[in-house]
Ligand binder design. Sequence first.
Ligand code: ARG
Length: 482
Amino acid sequence: MKGRRKIQPRAKSESSPTKASHPVIGTTGKNLLRGRFKAPRLPEVEAFTASLPFDRRLFRHDIRGSIAHARMLAKVGLITAAEAREIEAGLDEIAREIGDGRFRFAVADEDIHLAIERRLTEKIGAAGGKLHTARSRNDQVALDFRLYLRDEIAAVIALVRGLRATLLKVARAHVETVMPGYTHLQRAQPVSLAHHLLAYVEMFARDRERLEQALERTAVMPLGAGALAGSTLPIDRRMVARELGFRRIAENSIDAVSDRDFAVDFLAAASLIAVHLSRMAEELILWTSTEFGFAQLPDEFSTGSSMMPQKKNPDLLELIRGKTGRIIGDLLAMLTILKGLPLAYNSDLQEDKERVFDALDTLKPALDLVAKLWPRIRFDRAAMRAAAGGFALATDLAEYLVARGAPFREAHEAVGSLVRETAAAGRSIGELTLDDLRRYSPLFGPDALAALNVDSSMRARKIVGGPAPETVRRRLKQLGRG
Ligand code: ARG
């Protein structure tokens, strides 16, 4: 077999902005940067070093950035107003060509920046050759990536908000739905489903804050930094920033072209969101198992087995849990790319984009699908309530004794023996009589039996942040609709 198998061409990015039928790599195209060289590049070198197969995704942002740059060049007199208009019209046309798949990409163009510039010159001639005045691809790519990520972080924030709003809605319907809360995955104390869900609402609130902070650090305008040391030409960086809706500009040209901290910020925030989604997915997998029997997964979200006809598998949830590994991998890859890079720009930085694209392509549908799933899960309130009773009420008994003057450690010990002996006798805590209780402590009175009830147990936990329905309702009111 050796040597027989053909090497498959590199797969195209699934979410390419252009029509899937369009070839990524054309055969024609003259590279714009060969003036210094006698010999052409080896085709394999060209293919290995090109970012065009994936950075085409930045085309709209590249064009937006170039239009702002051209307007600025005209304003400061480096090009004429007529040239700026020609450039702008040409770029608008190119955006349409790429948008509807008519653009002929050639690998010789290396990346989306050179592809667009080459096409612009083909279209409008000499004026096109002026666009790159006082600009380098180093500050250009930093700008494009920030513009792109600014839009995408805003989209992720909207998805996180949407999921939070959904969870709040589901929680509002389950303030009285009792279930066991767990520690060590052992039944611990009764809580409500609403209270449990509000834990995730808190997590996603922090996630949103982290995304907003990442957005803040992404929204800094790098253009004008040139290759690394700016330009001798009288450009106006603040005008470009205003045109593009940036409030801040990068204050150091070296940092401007070499900083990818904002991508790390985003990937770190995305990793934590993925971790939160993964914990949630894991709980839903448990709850919908026959062993737990707390909930039913809707058919539209379940998968069958190729062999076992009875199976209803939670593949979606397992993959949300599994894909967390990709997103954390993207974060680790990004940090690894940056570590040890001398200032300023190095081509290693070209590897930044696929990490961010992959994290976005994984996280966005996961957030969307989980938000769609929640309102359709059917809960078995009776099964949840049954699981919440029994020994999960032991802490309540101990606290009953504390309220009547017993030191907590003694109460803990007494109820511990009660649980051990009751379990050994094959009885449940709910079957105990007052006489049974009194064998463990004389402090037990007739009202102790009433305390042995999941509803009163939950209702009594009304401290701030607790599961009592009145507390949870108050918190729900504070949170509003999300
Ligand atoms: N394709 C490059 C990237 O993604 C653009 C910047 C290239 N600059 C350079 N000096 N080779 O980072």
